[in-house]
Design a protein around this ligand. Structure first.
Ligand SMILES: NC(=O)c1ccc[n+]([C@@H]2O[C@H](COP(=O)([O-])OP(=O)(O)OC[C@H]3O[C@@H](n4cnc5c(N)ncnc54)[C@H](OP(=O)(O)O)[C@@H]3O)[C@@H](O)[C@H]2O)c1
Length: 305
């Protein structure tokens, strides 16, 4: 598996990471078997959040890793905090510290490679985030820090107080959900796609060496779009033709579409299906032509002005 660096750091990660949001749906030894399969195909980066499966995803992941006897240094673990489901967001000092302690306990580890602020909290006091990050770094509980679903100005506000670099921003991105790309392409047009929902976040992250991680790379507002021919016939037709050329599945091409963007985006795949994750793992070997990239983009319903 090809590797890339996160942000400005020396931390090398595979271009495909596994999102563990549904790992607790696997049963018994399936978790260890699936993790072993992922490691065999080069995926040793795992994305978590304190809320996934109400903590159960982190617990069963830790159990699987222990069963396999994997050394901690051989895997890279990221988790997120800040969402209290259905109630509020919380990036206060107390909550961040308490959340990380819970994450470390459930993951059965001394440290996180990356801690990510899951969503912007309207009541954030960046001084408190800074205090929490300093403490977590000093105690060796977190190596690196990042954000998710943040706009450039929200990152700038954090950077005014936080000493550590914010090395990544995890954002929703797929061929289907690509407003951060279409707002650039449709600049200066009175079109739906021209609406800038993220404050130019993609260019901002590139300019500031912040890695963009793509969440939900195979899903859009209508769920998974691959093989949903009744909803996305053009996209599936184009994916089908292009995947035949590269002798992979449509899933690999959908991931290769994200990786073809020069921003050096890391794909966070959430499938729990061994065949599908093997296909996704082939994506870093594929470089779509400009023609193929734009064809898929347009077949997904986006326009070129
Ligand atoms: N930061 C955030 O706010 C945020 C939000 C959501 C997710 N995330 C992270 O991103 C990760 C990925 O998100 P996600 O799971 O929503 O995205 P995804 O990888 O796009 O979606 C995977 C889901 O789509 C299904 N699927 C159906 N057909 C598929 C195909 N041909 N190829 C691949 N998957 C197909 C999978 O089912 P099977 O399992 O049966 O393959 C699985 O349920 C999560 O695990 C989580 O770590 C972050």
């Amino acid at each position: 598996m090809k590797k890339m660096k996160l942000g400005n750091t020396a931390l090398e990660v595979p271009m495909i990471g596994l999102g563990c949001m549904r790992i607790s749906e696997l049963e018994g030894t399936e978790v260890a078997d699936y993790l072993e399969h992922c490691l065999e195909i080069g995926i040793n980066f795992f994305d978590h959040a304190d809320i996934y499966g109400e903590g159960e995803c982190e617990r069963c992941f830790a159990h699987g890793i222990k069963e396999l006897g994997i050394e901690r240094e051989d895997i890279i673990i990221q988790s997120k905090c800040g969402i209290i489901p259905h109630r509020y967001y919380d990036l206060s000092y107390e909550y961040i510290i308490e959340s990380v302690d819970g994450i470390l306990e459930r993951l059965n580890t001394e440290y996180l490679d990356v801690l990510v602020l899951h969503r912007p909290d309207a009541l954030t006091e960046p001084e408190e985030v800074a205090k929490a990050f300093d403490e977590l770094e000093e105690k060796g509980k977190v190596r690196y820090f990042g954000v998710s679903n943040h706009k450039p100005t929200q990152i700038e506000l954090l950077k005014k107080y936080v000493r550590q670099e914010l090395i990544l921003n995890q954002m929703q991105l797929s061929i289907q959900s690509s407003s951060m790309i279409s707002s650039g392409i449709e600049a200066n047009m009175i079109t739906e796609g021209s609406i800038d929902r993220n404050g130019g976040v993609l260019d901002y992250c590139r300019m500031n060496n912040i890695t963009v991680q793509a969440w939900s790379p195979f899903q859009g507002p209508h769920g998974a779009f691959i093989d949903k021919n009744e909803l996305f016939p053009d996209l599936n037709w184009a994916l089908g033709e292009i995947c035949a050329k590269y002798e992979v599945s449509k899933t690999a091409i959908a991931a290769a579409w994200i990786l073809r963007h020069p921003a050096k985006i890391q794909v966070i795949a959430g499938t729990m299906n061994p065949y599908r994750i093997s296909e996704v793992a082939k994506a870093p070997e594929i470089t779509l032509t400009r023609d193929e990239w734009y064809r898929l983009y347009q077949c997904a319903g986006h326009i070129l002005p």
